[in-house]
Design a protein around this ligand. Sequence first.
Ligand SMILES: [Zn+2]
Length: 128
Amino acid sequence: MRETPDPGCENGCVSSPTPPQQARAAAIAAQIAGLTQAGFILPGTLTERMTRCGYTNCRCRADPPQLHGPYHQWTRKIAGKTVTRILTDDQLADYQPWFDNQRRLRDLITELETLSQEIADNDPRWQR
Ligand SMILES: [Zn+2]
């Protein structure tokens, strides 16, 4: 399904990462290693929500309304279904760093993908 390599192509026609690109990739790899050694990552997103309850005489239905919360809502997909859980304050304190790790890890992977894409895009063999 792929074209066979041009037999006349020597090393000179293959673009390799530049020293700054190699340095950036090494820095990203070091940060990813640091993150994954440091602990855990939790998937999903954490949001603060204010809610109304089901009681008609409650303060959350007064004018002006005083809503309940804020609640720390953890939303994620499990087998294609959105699952929501409410975290207590001490759960939030325990798990917030795990959510932060996940976001940071995702950003680093995105950056590494972008960098790798740049290198692959500059490969002169695409032009053949
Ligand atoms: Zn209420």
